[in-house]
Ligand binder design. Structure first.
Ligand code: ASP
Length: 582
């Protein structure tokens, strides 16, 4: 037997027992007459003690040879510790070692395996297996496992069946690029890795499985933005004979279950707002509603022939940065530079400062009377001490610019508390969005999403106005899930492909299997997928998903530990029939 106990469980109730522990040497503290070792495993740390009086000489000599991260087995007696450590569960005891065995030696690790490490990101990723020995990373993986367990339990109890779908498939239309895998047995042909199991879960509904879920890897070859992974995990679900309301209730229930079990929090019904409203009030379809700073449209107040920039703008819109009237000129200049950066692209920032003493100062004093500015303060419900920040321009653009400013201010004002949770549903997404790049409409969610029945007649006349039965679950400014009611009528699906610019041959080649299945009694169905990595990270009080993934890729999509992607041998290329030709 390698061990009788773990390094996290012994306490004063075990005093007197002889135990065997196994683990890694975290630290050796040698005072000459006495030597302590912190022995670590997944469960915690237990102190081993050797001293001149009670330990025989050869054993003490043996202990002196141990280095950091050696794997050892120690047999000894649990004794009361002289100087106790109240910070760890085993802090009242130590093990007086009688026998020691080195199970494996270790090189000195390239960074310290402590909660606070001296290792930089790149180095920790290269030696991820050492990084995972550290509590902050290990605890996140344990937490992830717990979330997965709760999800499985909840959905199983709700009657969902976990079904695996294949990974070697063909293109899925989630709007990203596919990762492809060449087929050796079918030369010149390729599988695509699933961007999601979308088509398969719909086929499972046609197959009568009724309630499906899967915690599943998905792959999207997108240009990597910070904190995006080319392979990520979804909680993927589909249900038959349901309407949007049923899906929202089921998954709101699941989210509430997670909040309760993981954070001890209870929630009322999640607020719901439409996409149009989200854009109007927050300039964003995934609003962070932990704080206010809602948009206030100021066209009536400020587009009146006084200031050319505003007069020419489609939309003049502001936010109230409460308590920020004390911002210095320098701070406001800095915010102005911030919104003018190319990433944001605003022409400038106008402020109206409502000073504590009741006076008003703005950057447009020469264009507006005090009465006009007072109207702005009224409309934005400003109090003395508040600062109104205003942007103007084309409506869509200015909304997204102000949304970025709102989030930046919230960050600076510490309004994005990771231990506060504000979930909501955003519903009634547009069915289509115009792609300038492709000069055609593309599906906002995916091509299987059903238009709202009352908007179907607009599909031919004003496709951009058609709303979909599509919904997102939003948490703290992140889209944590999205789904839709599906089209289950073959003709409507054909019409949708047509709107998206698929020729009937293309539609047939890509999705013929699904269209064909629709001929055999497809039930009404709807579903959702939740981003498991992100959801877990947020529930864990963090926004960075990387540490909740055992072996993540870096920002260039590389696994620096195994060095992937990498080139392959010519022979392998030849076998696949994709030899690099001149
Ligand atoms: N397949 C969709 C996605 O991955 C989710 C869904 O519609 O169920 O975003």
């Amino acid at each position: 037997m390698y061990r009788t106990n773990t390094c996290g469980e012994l306490n004063e109730t075990n005093i007197g027992q002889t135990v065997t522990l196994a683990g890694w040497v975290q630290t050796v503290r040698d005072k000459g007459f006495v030597l302590w070792i912190d022995l670590r495993d997944r469960y915690g740390i237990t102190q081993l003690v050797f001293d001149e009086q009670r330990t025989d000489k050869t054993l003490l000599e043996q202990a002196r040879k141990l280095g950091r991260e050696f794997v050892i087995q120690a047999v000894g007696q649990v004794i009361e510790r002289a100087s106790k450590n109240p910070n760890i569960p085993t802090g009242n005891i130590e093990i007086l070692v009688k026998k020691l065995q080195i199970l494996n030696a270790s090189l000195t690790p390239p960074f310290t395996i402590e909660d606070e490490t001296d290792g930089g990101e790149e180095l920790r990723m290269k030696y991820r297996y050492l990084d995972i020995r550290r509590n902050p990373v290990k605890d996140k993986l344990v937490f992830r496992s717990k979330v997965a367990h709760l999800v499985r339990n909840y959905l199983s109890q709700e009657g969902f069946i976990e079904i695996e779908t294949p990974v070697l498939i063909k293109s899925t239309p989630e709007g990203a690029r596919d990762f492809v895998v060449p087929s050796r047995m079918n030369q010149g042909q390729f599988y695509a890795l699933p961007q999601s199991p979308q088509t398969f879960k719909q086929l499972l509904m046609i197959a009568g499985m009724d309630k499906y879920f899967q915690i599943v890897k998905c792959f999207r070859d997108e240009d990597l933005r910070a904190d995006r992974q080319p392979e990520f995990t979804q909680i993927d679900c589909e249900m038959s004979f349901v309407e949007q309301e049923d899906v929202l209730n089921t998954f709101e229930g699941m989210a509430k279950h997670l909040f309760k079990e993981l954070r001890g929090l209870d929630f009322d019904k999640f607020p719901r707002i439409t996409y149009a409203e989200a854009m109007r009030r927050y300039g964003n379809d995934k609003p962070d509603i932990r704080f206010g700073m809602e948009f206030v449209e100021l066209n009536d107040e400020l587009k009146n022939g006084s200031f050319k920039v505003f007069d020419e703008a489609e939309l003049v819109v502001g936010i109230n940065a409460e308590g920020c009237a004390s911002y210095t000129r320098k701070q406001i200049d800095e915010l102005t530079d911030w919104v003018k950066r190319p990433q944001i692209g605003s022409g400038g920032l106008v402020y109206v400062r409502y000073n504590q003493d009741g006076t008003i100062k703005s950057s447009v004093d020469k264009f507006y009377s005090e009465d006009q500015l007072k109207k702005v303060l009224e409309k934005t419900q400003a109090k003395a001490g508040d600062l109104i920040l205003i942007l103007s321009g084309k409506a869509d653009k200015v909304r997204s610019q102000l949304s970025a400013l709102r989030m930046e201010l919230a960050e600076r004002l510490n309004l994005r508390n990771p231990d506060v949770f504000a979930p909501l549903w955003v519903v009634d997404f547009p069915l289509l969005e115009w792609s300038e790049e492709e000069n055609r409409y593309v599906a906002m969610h995916h091509p299987f999403t059903s238009p709202k029945p009352e908007d179907i007649s607009l599909m031919e006349t004003e496709p951009g106005k058609v709303r979909a039965n599509a919904y997102d679950m939003v948490l703290n400014g992140n889209e944590v899930g999205g789904g839709s009611v599906r089209i289950f009528d073959r003709d409507l699906q054909a019409k949708m492909f047509d709107l998206l610019g698929f020729s009937s041959e293309d539609a047939e080649a890509q999705f013929g299997f699904l269209m064909n299945a629709f001929k055999y009694g497809a039930p009404p169905h709807a579903g959702i997928a939740l981003g498991f990595d992100r959801l877990t990270a947020i529930l864990g009080g963090q926004e960075v998903i990387r540490d909740f993934i055992a072996f993540p890729k870096n920002n260039s999509g590389r696994d620096v530990m195994i060095d992937a992607p990498s080139s392959i041998h010519q022979q392998q290329l030849d076998e696949l029939g994709i030899g690099l030709k001149e």
